[in-house]
Ligand binder design. Sequence first.
Ligand code: GAR
Length: 208
Amino acid sequence: MKNICVLVSGGGTNLQALIDAQNCGEIKNGKIVGVISSKEGAYALERAKKAGIKTTVLPRKHFSDNLAYSEALLRVLDEYKADLIVYAGFMTILDGIVCDAYPYKMINVHPALIPSFCGKGFYGLKVHEAALEKGVKLTGATVHFVTSECDGGPIILQKAVEVLPDDTPETLQKRVMEQAEWKILPKAVSLFCEDKIKLKDGKAYVEA
Ligand code: GAR
């Protein structure tokens, strides 16, 4: 059984999707052992507490720089004996020492079809604003391994979502979450815990 730690900063709807999937038995060979928030008062913490999951608040503003924050985070992850770390709306930039400590053991959900609308500055609603600005007709979500390159790690799962003519960033964000993020994130977590994701030549492959 793999120990899963979920990193959050906000509302935590993706965390909720993971909790619901766990309660339905959809996460095989894995258990959420801890939720770590970079923001005090994040609603994600309430969701974790309601589900009886341990929480740790590690506010970014209490640390002088990314390195000091990352060192503290590594200590917490070590205490939870994390085998898999899931970024679920985690908005804090970390030092490379975290990737080095957990190579291909960290996954992130991004609200677009990478390589579109990703990288530095593309997070949360900004991603959907950019998609509408460009006028794309399809967007979606991506789950990928976290590497030192922002949103650049091997892609595990993606799902496309239609953009509608009268969409606002908010309506598009909601549809992408409902139709894509909340489905592919729990699926990717289960696949990881079942050892069904293989890496070859810098790409991720899912075993049947
Ligand atoms: C989600 O849409 C997630 O994909 C996005 O932030 C939102 C968090 O919502 N993450 C990023 O933009 C990371 N680059 P949640 O707190 O309700 O899960």
